[in-house]
Design a protein around this ligand. Structure first.
Ligand code: IFM
Length: 760
């Protein structure tokens, strides 16, 4: 048993997330927030006995299937953390026994979930069950569960089976019913059991190898033992799981799983645990954020970061990060613009190897995006609004009574995803300086996304400008609109950036440039065309009193005041308007104009930012968890602090407090990434100005300080921001330039530099 569970070295509270007391109705919320993962394996933390109505979730990154469903689902696989323990013939579970005490603790620092439950009932009164589990951060395919059972009041008969249910199913998509996305090809039980499964539609192979032991002896078939009063027995399960997404050729899958299991058994649980803890320690060393004067905020911030780390991987698994990470079936495990605009800044600044993998996920799907553009009659590449295994758009649709198909508007109109993907590439490149991605597909991606926009715009004789018709910005209440500000800005940026990067490349290396241009059938004239189109894309309409119209005709829609707030301090839905009718109004799900100003701060004046922020705040319901974090960040960057604080706290507690009521389906990773941006960009004052790192913190007095680390072009920078000053220590090997409170500074290796805020 680890030191933590024995209670001798309890981690300090700021690292713990607790479930105290058994609440049947909240079990799926806790299953999400206590979820474990290493980026390759994700496991929802339902109780080991899988009580009724629990929604288990065991996922391997990249394993999707569409059999029985309209689009890819991330496959819900057998839950290897399930335990079948029977005491005096009764299943040890809250379904049949009373729960006298129950607590689970996720130690975010170590990525370990521990549990203590005292059951009441059966013949001999009280039984104590303690468990500890982790998904190894050091070995991508390994998961470990240990359970200790003690009969507290008298002897009891214990029956342990070594197996777990092999019949998991997916439930996302109400109208499709339960879906079993794999069939078992082979299964063998013994001291070392294994199973091989296959997904029917996508043909992915999945393998597990595992052992279950009771006090060190393998459980090959159900074992009965007499449990003496006060004596503790220990059940250990070690699992090795992998899929053909990673293991090529798939024929090696069984061997790979067995080899993984053998290696884990050789190490033994204490060493596996120690290696796992060290790996988490290394991640936290760079990714942790400290707010000494605001422990509750620090705790919630750490929670966001924990979940970002739990779904990130640098192991090369060819998968993206899903909107709900690997912690639930929500959104069927699909990736959205959430990756590039919300989470990639965290990974780029904190775990660049994980960021690189996300960039690769898109680069590797460029050909599919090109086909998708062609299918819709455009040139270049159109990235999918929802992306799964192949990069084909997997936005759901469903059949209507008249046999037509209802396709979600989001997939039809949110073409801004294509520019978001290019923007994500820029973020990664600017922060890490790793231009190898440009030479291995990045430049091509920029060229094809620019081509898409050049063919997506239409020339208006009336205005003499290029327009983007039939689009949808991030505000999903207004589909099929013309000249969405966010879309137009991003398209313009995409065209300009692609032209600049490609012409810089060919200027730097004429020979390689020529080869690249030839391969892409690209000419200087095409770059000039992109620049021309970009300079003439319909400008935002600064209508009444400098307020920018979110899209053509927005001002003509009904203006409905938001007057009430809910218990989380978020706007309450105005009476008399149905959600389906929101498109007829100026009510927003999230504020596109504010987000645009945040992404292109230099294109707007301070007054424009304030006015537009206030105008749209009065009309934005923040129904998406992607909204509050960005609004808080905009509030900080635009100097409207009172708003920033109003939205920052509810956003930080999105999943801990289940602010939107959807956390049972999985963690909102975009919100986690947005919270990190709010802390580091907003309060920590980190910005990129003309490719340079700039740090001008805005730390509230009550926080005393904000401490964080950044990776910037390979250097590791430790930042201590205080109200009125910033100290940066460069732990890299080379000097690095930065702008601190507006002043250029050289950060020398192994030295700390302190700069005071002007006037401090
Ligand atoms: O990408 C988001 C979208 O902006 C709002 N609905 C949820 C999606 C996934 O998080």
């Amino acid at each position: 048993m680890s030191k933590l569970s024995s209670g001798s070295r309890l981690s300090p509270e700021p690292w713990l997330v607790r479930e105290t007391g058994w609440q049947h109705g909240r079990q799926n919320h806790f299953a999400t927030i206590l979820a474990l993962g290493n980026g390759t394996i994700g496991a929802r933390s339902i109780l080991e006995e899988a009580p009724q109505a629990a929604t288990p979730g065991t996922f391997l990154a990249g394993v999707y299937d569409a059999a029985g469903s309209i689009v890819d689902d991330i496959v819900n696989l057998p839950n290897f953390f399930e335990l079948r323990l029977f005491v005096d013939s009764q299943r040890l579970s809250p379904d049949g026994l009373r729960v006298a005490a129950h607590e689970r603790i996720l130690d975010m620092r170590r990525g370990v979930l521990s549990r203590r439950t005292v059951f009441l009932g059966g013949l001999q009164g009280r039984y104590e069950l303690r468990t500890e589990r982790f998904v190894s951060r050091a070995m991508p395919c390994i998961a470990v569960l240990r359970a200790w059972l003690t009969a507290l009041e008298g002897d009891a008969d214990l029956l342990v089976t070594g197996d777990f249910g092999l019949g998991a199913y997916n439930t996302e998509g109400d109208w499709e019913g339960h879906k079993r996305h794999y069939g078992i090809d082979e299964v063998a039980t013994g001291p070392r059991s294994w199973m091989l499964a296959r997904t029917p539609e996508s043909g992915i192979r999945v393998g597990y190898a595992w052992t279950t032991s009771l006090d060190g002896r393998p459980v090959t078939e159900p074992v009965s033992v007499r449990l003496r009063k006060g004596r503790t027995v220990c059940v250990t399960r070690i699992v090795s799981a992998a899929s053909s997404v990673d293991i090529v050729p798939p024929a090696d899958l069984r061997r790979t799983c067995e080899r993984g299991l053998a290696a884990a058994l050789r190490r033994g649980v204490p060493r596996l645990l120690a290696g796992h803890e060290r790996a988490w320690e290394r991640l936290w060393d760079v990714s942790d954020v400290r707010i000494p004067g605001a422990p509750k905020l620090e705790h919630a911030a750490r929670f966001s970061i924990y979940h970002l780390l739990a779904c990130g991987t640098a192991w090369g698994t060819p998968a993206g990060i899903a909107a709900k990470s690997l912690s639930g079936e929500g959104y069927r495990g699909h990736s959205f613009w959430d990756t590039e605009i919300y989470t990639l800044p965290f990974y780029s600044f904190s775990q660049p190897a994980m960021a690189r993998q996300l960039v690769r996920y898109r680069l590797d799907r460029l050909e599919t995006a090109k086909r998708s553009a062609a299918n819709r009659g455009f040139r270049g590449a159109l990235f999918p609004w929802e992306s799964g295994r192949t990069g084909v758009d997997v936005t759901p649709y469903f059949p209507l009574a008249d046999r037509s198909l209802y396709v979600f508007d989001t997939g039809k109109y949110q073409h801004h995803i294509t520019a978001d993907v290019a923007y994500g590439l820029m973020t990664y490149l600017t922060v890490t300086g790793d231009d190898s991605v440009m030479r291995t597909g990045g430049l091509e991606l920029l060229a094809e996304t620019a081509r898409f926009w050049a063919s997506r715009v239409v020339f208006s004789k009336r205005s003499g400008r290029y327009e983007i018709k039939g689009a949808m910005g991030p505000d999903e209440y207004h589909p099929d609109v013309d000249n969405s500000v966010y879309t137009n800005f991003l398209a313009r940026w995409n065209l300009e950036y692609a032209a600049r990067m490609l012409s810089d490349f060919s200027t730097r290396d004429a020979v390689k440039g020529e080869l690249l241009f030839a391969r892409l059938r690209l000419t200087g004239a095409e770059l000039a065309e992109w620049r021309y189109v970009a300079s003439r894309i319909e400008k935002t309409n600064p209508g009444r009193a400098g307020i920018i119209e979110q899209f053509d005709g927005y001002f003509k829609r009904r203006d409905v005041p938001i007057t009430k707030r809910n218990e989380h301090g978020m706007p309450a839905w105005p009476k008399g308007v149905k959600e389906d009718d929101a498109f007829k109004t100026q009510l927003n799900k999230q504020a596109d104009v504010v987000l645009t100003m945040l992404m292109f701060p230099d294109r707007f004046t301070a007054e424009q930012k304030r006015k537009n922020f206030e105008y749209y705040d009065r009309r934005t319901l923040h129904v998406s968890t992607l909204s509050a974090c960005m609004t808080a960040l905009a509030g900080l960057e635009f100097g409207i602090k009172e708003y920033a604080l109003r939205y920052f706290t509810p956003s930080l507690f999105t999943d801990l407090n289940d602010v939107q009521g959807t956390t049972d389906k999985g963690i909102h990773t975009a919100s986690c990434g947005g919270n990190w941006q709010c802390l580091i960009r907003g309060f920590g004052g980190v910005a990129i100005r003309d490719g340079q790192l700039s740090i001008s913190p805005r730390v509230p007095r009550a926080w005393k300080s904000l401490r964080y680390s950044l990776r910037w072009h390979g250097a590791l920078l430790r930042v201590t921001a205080r109200p009125g000053s910033v100290t940066v220590r460069n732990e890299g090997k080379a000097a690095t330039e930065a702008i601190l409170f507006g002043k250029p500074a050289t950060l020398k290796p192994a030295r700390a530099l302190r700069v005071n805020a002007p006037g401090a």
